[in-house]
Design a binder for this molecule. Structure first.
Ligand SMILES: *Cc1c(COP(=O)(O)O)cnc(C)c1O
Length: 390
């Protein structure tokens, strides 16, 4: 049910008192369809990236469905996310790549997580934990091929490889993967991806020279999967595409890519009014009506994840008709222009199936679709369609 027990509220019968007005419907069948579509574009294994609470969709629920659909791996950023994901998914390999010095990595090894190593201190920490535990750690070495964010600098790969080769011989680690991340794969014309690809291949050669031959080489995000087949190697790591969004709608929209929105965010009209021309609307009266206008009040605002930067613009759909936010987005509500015939209680689609896309909201709000779904408040109820047994 819709968030019952998750946000500490009590729901009455029929989603009565205590249930917030508005919520996200998550279509797990659409998720599986997107997964299958992306899978059809490659021969590589698929690591489904479900960080940030499954891009806002609910990590546990989307992971379950992706595993059932045949994902080979799951990936999350923080070790803390990976440990909670492991509670839900006992068997599938889970890749994690963010933790800090001082973290007790014995938990990660015990949980059979695939631990990324992207710095000398992380290499030391993993080896120490493996020694302490007397167990072999599953590791993936990360190379910085041009993102300047994580991973060993190429000049330090030989040194890391030598240490890993020794540790592998000692049974402390098994080097499962060698990976990197693309900075500009969503710009198909950029030469940067080719440059990163060359740096990646070179790092693989250096590793091989030290005796480290990873089974799984992985480099591509959704954009790499879609637009750079030469980056697929043994595994690809799509995130955003699984959720029906395009990595760059200016290149191809989700629709053009054959991807279906998974999240549909809706609420309902709780007040209507008809105002004359010259009426100021919402904080600051940034919009003043230029004619007699019907307005409706809808209880979702920036505290729920509706971007305030989409004030006066945000596209919403009521009874199948596209309209928009009028004036500023408030903390908990927005005012929209109402088409004729719309009444109090009618459903309003912010984005998703039957409405605008999260990518359209992003464009109008000056951000990217990723930020629209990941920013949806954790307190906003999610209901799942197409759910299968846990
Ligand atoms: C977020 C992320 C991905 C997925 O990126 P998308 O653009 O959502 O496909 C893959 N790999 C890493 C390391 C990431 O941080």
């Amino acid at each position: 049910m819709s968030g019952e027990g998750e946000n500490g509220t009590m729901s009455g019968p029929d989603g009565g008192y205590g249930e917030m007005v508005g919520g996200a419907s998550i279509d797990l069948d659409a998720l599986e369809q997107n997964f299958r579509h992306l899978k059809s574009l490659t021969n590589a294994k698929i690591a489904a990236i479900v960080k940030a609470n499954g891009y806002g969709h609910g990590m546990a629920e989307v992971s379950r469905r992706l595993v059932e659909a045949g994902a080979d791996y799951l990936g999350v950023a923080q070790l803390s996310e990976a440990l909670s994901l492991r509670e839900c998914e006992p068997d599938i390999p889970i890749l994690t790549w963010l933790y800090a010095p001082g973290t007790d990595l014995t938990y990660a090894i015990r949980a059979k997580l695939d631990i990324s190593i992207g710095a000398p201190w992380a290499l030391d920490a993993v080896l120490e934990a493996a020694r302490l535990l007397g167990q072999t750690a599953r590791v993936h070495i990360e190379v910085d091929t041009g993102m300047s964010r994580g991973g060993f600098e190429p000049s330090r790969i030989a040194e890391a490889g030598a240490i890993l080769a020794r540790a592998e011989a000692d049974g402390l680690v098994r080097v499962i993967g060698a990976w990197s991340h693309l900075a500009r794969a969503d710009e198909p014309d950029s030469s940067e991806t080719g440059r990163q690809l060359a740096a990646y291949r070179e790092a693989l050669d250096v590793l091989e020279g030290t005796g480290v031959v990873p089974e799984i080489r992985h480099l591509a995000n959704t954009a790499g999967l879609l637009w750079h087949p030469e980056t697929h190697f043994d595994m690809v790591r799509p995130g955003v595409g699984l959720f029906g969004l395009s990595p760059n709608p200016n290149v191809e929209t989700a629709d053009e890519l054959g991807l279906v929105p998974v999240m549909t965010l809706t609420s309902r009209i709780v007040a209507t009014r008809k105002v004359p021309a010259g009426t100021g609307v919402s904080y600051g009266h940034t919009d003043i009506t230029d004619r007699t206008t019907r307005l409706g009040t809808v209880p979702l605002g920036y505290a729920d994840g509706i971007p305030r930067s989409a004030s006066s613009l945000g596209p919403v759909t009521v009874v199948g008709i596209r309209t928009h936010v009028v004036g500023r987005v408030c903390m908990d509500q927005v005012v929209i222009e109402l088409p004729d015939g719309v009444e109090v209680g009618d459903e309003v689609i912010f984005y998703g199936q039957g409405g605008a896309s999260a990518d359209e909201w992003a464009d109008l709000a000056g951000t990217i679709g990723y930020e629209i779904t990941t920013r949806l408040g954790r307190h906003v109820p999610r209901t799942y369609r197409g759910k299968v047994g846990h």
